[in-house]
Ligand binder design. Structure first.
Ligand SMILES: C[S@@+](CC[C@H](N)C(=O)[O-])C[C@H]1O[C@@H](n2cnc3c(N)ncnc32)[C@H](O)[C@@H]1O
Length: 827
């Protein structure tokens, strides 16, 4: 290897030609004696452990290492030539000579190892003094200190020699070029700047090389890439991050340049696509627009505004016979909430109250306790004799609706007026019909869910449970049906006596045909409380021939969260059962029920409505009166005791007598809309004691039945007139005597009452029996107040035995009392 180095050096450096010939022989000898060391595992191992100087004493690695170090050691000879660069070039030759000399010495020496160590030490001492221009060579020579294999060391030494040779060549070329340039510039410039110009020319050559490389790179990139690359370099951020020194290193060959160009091309292409899209270059392919996927908006289906229709027309009913489809239609219609702005505008237009939707989705607090004892049923169930006693309403058959498509079944609909619901049997309008409330309710509740049902139980502060709305309701819209067990009055009394005797709340309501709805087991409507200023009303409708009760929204509608209430118009019958009202309305009556004066007003209104109903006047005309009567109809039975006591009282009145009296009860039904229907709903037969009365007595009793106001009729004027056609002489005398006294009766003044006045007229006509004449004047008065007097008349033996008429009066008054009690109970 050393030989090769020497040979290479000899061939490469012309300076070697100046070397004396005396060195040739030892060189040849050396070349023959150089041992060839092959790499074996042992050698490798030893080489690895050779770092430890104590570990190995073999010569071969030492020799090989020496061969490396010798070069360095030989450089010591160049110390003297440091200052002259020209001589420095000769150091290579000198070092070769020193190397040869050292080898010869080593050969001559028996202990070559010691010698080589000494050479190494000496070379280490001289390392620091080596010129900077050879630092690279020195670094290479220090490399064997690391644990490497022999082969790598050999390669390194070969590389070292090759690089040395290259450097030498390059230097020579540069020197030649510099000399050419120097000669060229020397002609143009003064000689004093020759050295400086040499340096500049060297730099200039470097710059020229760099520009050469750049040109090559640009030619690879192409024109456009070059331009864009330059632009992107100026503008792009990435370009600014790239190293600004574009000039390649001296040692860079064409391969690294190409690599860099490729890198640059990649960056340029990405930038190019952006620039292309900006410049809309026609030659480029159109890029597909980016697809942005938005998350679909989840609309609220229920909340504060749920239930508010967008149109002001009444909600449409079934569109087809398929109820399933109808319910779907309804849910589909209410799929999205109206936007508050439009809903608000509509609310303002219709002047309805509304809340700002700060909690639009769920304005109601959760977790309301449910009553444990409540057994629910959403249908009316006939219990006991009620089913057999029930008679279907034949009037429904006649309730054919005469409305047309234009008007629909609006307020003028005859069926609506009569509280008959239209159906496909009695109305041809179908979906256009607006008088199918219960059908709408059925479809709505069939859809299910809290918001379709629309009501829920709440616990009030001081009135037990109550009901509130989960949604809004239009004015007059049906809310919930009042259902329960349909029982007879007898069954009602039995329950009141036995089952509900300890109850505080009763859920009884007069229904129809003297039947009662007991909602103890019933719908949620039973929890609706009373209010003196209600927002709902209870109405009875005939649907398919059967009566049904339901709660309807009032004239102002219902908003989400409102507590529902209606006027019980409660008649407690007894002061014991009077309950304090806690509705909190400004016009609160203080008790659950009408005030006494309201009762009188209601009685008058009833009478007025009877006339209105007979003439067929529309409901609206008698709204106020109708409201009162409707309230009267929706009366609740508060206590069984009151009924019981009333019946007992009536029965006690006639304990001493026996007989049968048949009475008729007229009831009037009406609602807030003003319609009133009056009909005889009951023929109540009360067992009364048999009274052995003559036809005269009977006639005396019957007279006030026909017309109580005219006492003269009680005396049966026709007959009496017939009887008194010819007054007796006594009568004549008395009349004359009276006339002589100024027309005054000797016993009683006829001016005390109009009845008496009338009686006095009769007296004048029938002077035969004055007592009898007086009796009819009292009878109607007593009949009007059939209380203690009648009872006393019936019980008092003195009176009854004295006069059979008084007994008859007592029986009559007792019978009336019973009827009133029963009437009250049915109400
Ligand atoms: C049909 S229940 C109504 C539901 C009842 N709050 C409950 O807890 O079951 C009727 C009873 O409720 C009470 N009530 C209803 N409205 C009232 C009011 N405005 N003031 C006081 N109590 C009332 C009375 O005790 C009445 O007898």
């Amino acid at each position: 290897m050393a030989r090769r180095t020497s040979r290479l050096a000899a061939s490469a450096t012309p300076a070697l030609a100046d070397v004396p010939a005396t060195h040739d022989t030892p060189d040849d000898t050396m070349s023959l004696d150089m041992p060839e060391q092959l790499l074996t595992p042992e050698a490798s191992r030893s080489e690895t452990s050779s770092n430890n100087e104590n570990a190995s004493t073999e010569e071969q690695p030492a020799q090989r290492r020496r061969s490396t170090r010798v070069v360095r050691a030989s450089l010591r000879a160049t110390e003297a030539l440091e200052n002259t660069p020209v001589k420095k070039d000769d150091s290579t030759t000198l070092s070769s000579q020193a190397y040869v000399d050292s080898l010869a010495k080593a050969k001559r020496s028996r202990s070559g190892l010691r010698h080589s160590i000494a050479v190494m030490q000496s070379s280490l001492r001289t390392d620091s003094a080596l010129p900077t221009g050879d630092t690279l060579i020195e670094d290479h020579s220090m490399a064997p200190d690391t644990p490497i294999s022999k082969s790598s060391q050999e390669l390194q030494s070969e590389d070292l020699n090759a690089s040395l040779q290259q450097r030498t060549l390059r230097k020579r070329v540069q020197k030649a070029l510099a000399q050419d340039e120097e000669s060229a510039t020397a002609k143009a410039t003064p000689k004093s700047d020759s050295r400086q110009s040499l340096r500049r020319s060297t730099r200039a050559s470097l710059l020229s090389k760099a520009s050469e490389f750049m040109e090559r790179a640009n030619s690879v990139l192409g024109k456009r890439s070059r331009d864009l690359g330059d632009k992107s370099k100026e503008a792009g951020r990435r370009a600014s991050l790239r190293p600004r020194n574009v000039a390649p290193a001296k040692d860079e060959g064409p391969a690294p340049v190409a690599e860099r160009a490729a890198k640059k091309r990649r960056v340029s292409e990405s930038d190019l696509s952006n620039l292309k899209s900006k410049a809309d270059l026609p030659s480029e392919e159109p890029t597909a627009p980016p697809v942005i996927k938005y998350k679909p908006k989840v609309w609220l289906t229920h909340g504060l505004y749920s239930g508010q229709e967008a149109s002001s027309s009444p909600p449409k009913q079934r569109k087809s016979k398929n109820s399933g489809r109808t319910s779907l239609d309804i849910t589909r219609k209410r799929r999205h909430l109206p936007l508050p702005i439009f809903g608000g505008l509509r609310l303002i237009k219709t002047e309805r109250d509304y809340l700002l939707p700060f909690d639009i989705f769920s304005p109601l607090p959760q977790g309301q306790p449910k009553p444990d004892e409540w057994r629910k049923t959403n249908k009316n169930v006939f219990v006991g004799d009620a089913a057999s006693e029930w008679k279907a309403n034949k009037k429904v058959e006649l309730s054919t609706c005469m409305c047309d498509e234009e008007t629909g079944c609006d307020e003028n609909c005859q069926n609506r007026y009569m509280f008959y619901e239209c159906d496909n049997g009695n109305c041809r309008l179908g979906a256009e019909c607006g008088n199918r409330n219960f059908s709408e309710l059925k479809n709505r509740t069939k859809a299910g869910g809290k918001y379709n049902i629309g009501v829920e139980v709440i616990k009030t502060q001081d009135r037990g449970y109550g009901v509130r709305s989960n949604r809004s309701f239009e004015p007059n819209q049906i809310i919930v049906e009042y259902t329960g067990e349909i029982i007879t009055q007898f069954e009602c009394e039995r329950r009141m006596r036995n089952v509900y005797k300890n109850n505080e709340c009763y859920y009884l309501m007069y229904f129809d045909q003297n039947m009662i709805i007991d909602a103890t087991r019933g719908s949620i409507a039973r929890f609706v409380n009373h209010s003196c200023q209600p927002n709902c009303r209870m109405e009875k409708w005939t649907v398919g021939g059967k009566p049904r009760m339901a709660l309807f929204a009032g004239d102002r509608g219902i908003m989400t969260g409102d507590e529902l209430s209606y006027d019980y118009n409660f008649d407690p019958y007894s002061n014991k059962n009077v309950q304090q009202c806690r509705c909190g309305a400004p016009n609160c009556r203080g008790i659950l029920g009408p005030r006494p004066k309201d009762k009188d007003q209601r009685a008058k209104a009833e009478a007025a409505n009877v006339k209105v109903a007979k003439t067929g006047t529309k409901r609206k005309r008698a709204t106020a009166a109708g409201t009162a009567t409707a309230q009267a109809k929706k009366r609740k039975l508060l206590s069984a005791k009151s009924i019981k006591v009333g019946v007992k009282k009536a029965v006690n009145k006639v304990t001493t007598t026996r007989g049968k009296t048949t009475t008729k009860k007229t009831t009037s039904t009406s609602t807030a809309r003003g319609q009133t229907k009056t009909k005889i709903v009951e023929k109540k037969t009360v067992k009364l004691p048999t009274v052995k009365a003559t036809s005269r007595f009977k006639a005396a009793i019957r007279a006030p039945q026909r017309k109580t106001a005219s006492a003269k009729a009680a005396t049966s004027p026709a007959r009496k007139t017939n009887q008194l056609k010819r007054p007796s002489a006594e009568t004549k005398k008395r009349i004359l005597a009276n006339a002589a006294n100024g027309g005054r009766s000797p016993t009683k003044s006829p001016a005390k009452s109009p009845a008496k006045g009338k009686a006095s007229k009769a007296e004048t006509k029938s002077p035969r029996k004055p007592v009898a004449r007086k009796a009819p004047t009292k009878t109607p008065i007593k009949a009007k107040m059939p209380t203690s007097k009648a009872k006393g008349a019936a019980k008092s033996p003195g009176k009854t035995t004295k006069d059979k008429k008084s007994l008859g009066r007592g029986v009559k008054s007792a019978a009336r009392s019973v009827v009133r009690t029963v009437k009250g109970a049915t109400k």
